[in-house]
Every structure is written in C-alpha cells, then in structure tokens.
Design a protein around this ligand. Sequence first.
Ligand SMILES: *Cc1c(COP(=O)(O)O)cnc(C)c1O
Length: 411
Amino acid sequence: MTLLDHTASTGTAQGTRQGFNTTAVHAGQEPDPLTGAVVPPIYQTSTFVQDGINVLRGGHEYSRGSNPTRNGFETQLAALEHGSRAFAFASGLAAEDALLRSVLRPGDHVVLGGDGYGGTNRLINGVLGPWGIQNTPVDITDPTAVAAAVRPGTTAVLWVETPSNPLLGIADLAAWAEIAHRAGALLVVDNTFASPYLQRPLDLGADAVVHSTTKYIGGHSDVLGGAVVVADREYRGQGLAEAVGYQQFAAGAVAGPQDSYLAARGLKTLGLRMDRHGANAAELAGWLQGRPQIAQVYYPGLPEHPGHELASRQMDGYGGIVSVRLAGGEAAARAFAQSTELFALSVSLGGVESLICYCSEMTHASVRGTALEVPADLVRLSVGVEDVADLQADLEAALERAADLSAPIRA
Ligand SMILES: *Cc1c(COP(=O)(O)O)cnc(C)c1O
C-alpha cells in the first residue's frame, strides 16, 4: 500500500469481514505512516507538490479531486455500508444532488417516497424540476403503490427513506429493490435515520445509499456533511462509482478536510452511540404511550407500530427518533415543543444532545399545504445519549406545562 492509499483497504470484496465497531475504528483510519500519529492527520491543504510534471508523490494533486483526510473517511464509511466506494460532500443535500445528477437525464422520472426529508423534496421539485425531472410521491409502506407509480422506460430512480421522517414509516427495501430493478431503475436509500449500524440497504439490493453525515455519523451537532455510497453496479454504460466520482470532482461540492476529520471521528463511536440512542428512545416511547396528553407515539420498536415486524427483520435496532401527536392538538404540540429544558428546540437530529422539533413549521415547512404535509399536532424527538431518567423528567414537566398553556385537552 502506498503512503496515502486508503481506497485499497475498503475490505468489502474480502471474504472475511471484521465486526462493525472494529471496522468503524480502523477502516481507512490507519496511523499516519509518515509520523506514526495514531489519528490520521487533518490534511489542511488545497494542493500537493509534484516531484516532476504530473509525478504525484502520494497520489494526490488537488483537494477537490482527492484529499487524504476525506479519502480516509470515505473508505471508513464504504466499509461500514458494505459499498464499493463512498464519496463525501459538503452537506447531505450536496450528496443527494451529486448522485441525482450523476444518474438522471432530462425527461427522467423519479418515484419519491413520501414522508421524507423536506429538503429532498425541495431539491427534486425545486432544483431538478426545472431541468426536466418529474417525480411521483408514493406511500413508502405500500409496494403495490410503488410499483404502480413506476413509468417503464422513463423512471430512472426510486428514492426512499426508511425509517421515514417524521412518521417513522418502514419501507420494505428488498421489495423496493425488486420493483426498481424490474423497471431497469436504480434504488437509492437515504440511510440517515438508521445509520449503517442499524441497516445496510446495499445488502438488501439498493444501488446507492445517501447520508446526511450531519446527523448520526458526525453525531455531535458540530459538522455539516453528506455522503453517497454505491454498490459495484453499472448504469447507462458506466460504473456508478465512476459516475459519482466524476460529479464530485467536476461539480466540486466536496467535504473539506476539517469536516471529513469530524465525520470520521464521529463514525468511530457510531455503534456505541446508536445503542444508547436506541435504548433511551425505546424507554421514552413506551413511557410516552401511557401519558394522557399523548394521542399517538410513532416508534418502530413498539410492537403496535405497523412496521414493527418488518423493521425487526430489516434492521438491527430501531434508532433514536420518536414522534408523538398531542391529544390537545396543534396548540398543545406547539406548547410542548417550546416547554422542554434539556431537549433543545431545534431542527436536525442524531447528535448526543436531545432535540425537539415542531416539524410542520420547522423541518417540513417546505411541504406545508401539499399532500406531504406533516400533521400540525406532531412533535419529533431526537433522543440523545443523556441519562434517560433526566430526559423523562424533562418531557413530563413539559407535558404538564403544555397542558396549562394549550387549549383544553380533549380526552
Ligand atoms: C438532514 C437530512 C438531509 C439533508 O442533509 P444536510 O446535511 O442538512 O444537507 C437529508 N436526509 C435526511 C433524512 C436528513 O435528516
């Protein structure tokens, strides 16, 4: 292996695979061969000196094309998602945009899972729409509706997020993959909510995975980033990795070295954090179900959740996001979201600190008034890794305050 050749150690083509946490700590994160630094350095450089014209010392020329810190993170993530290559971008949306422009051509159609990230909807409608991309939103839990939305010969991409945002619906990824491939289309899965620790869509037949690494992968609410991970697949006569790599280089929305370092550092503890997020979320979801102020709890770990069995088969846990609907309606939901102390009123999710969000006017404001509108009585919790007793006490106090502040609660 050459000095900085991280891509050689992806490990996905190897017969034996190490455990998730071992891979998370070591893949692409070898000690620096130059100095012995255990943590690969932040190569904060735009360009690399050449030993002669186009004689590259460590394989790097210019940091838009490749940078060792970014490449190390890409190798680490590709190994964890069981992909052939990963590409890191400046944000989740930059990653989504790069992937879509790599594979779509004007006139193409996208089957778009409803109940998804509002920004994905805005990207596909607002940015790609004027370039001739059409889309049909579908109920992600209904494979018959998904198949019916496909336009043979025109549909190029099926796009789904599972668990979905904010209603935590579960899509059957193997069924989606079959529908996509029957139509000659690609299946793209936004794996931000589950993270590779809980779900590996490429193993279930997906062609590409996207992440907002801003969320669980970074894990500490201190960095914005995104990634595309691809399977070893051809599309329109070109390797997917080649197509996305070209887009990353040619359009240039790359993750910088500092951001790549933070994402890689977060990724090392992803498994530890997800275990705690999941345990805390499961406990709070069960407790919330018994509260008189709560009309409904959405959490795939609850046996009553319609996607529970599927999630149990398809995932290795249920994640850290819980959504609730308030018995007191919109006024109660607004009051609840503004009454917590530990849970910070904020968009985003997946960090160590707990966050609370009034989705219909915050994360999902862009789909208000459309078929994808989020219920006005819904509040989303991103359950952090704090002590669960403190989180529960915070929610309990907020529910009581909300009951005082909101319209009378109907039983
Ligand atoms: C946040 C998020 C995105 C967008 O990522 P950014 O890093 O904010 O650009 C995409 N998908 C999901 C599920 C998200 O939560």
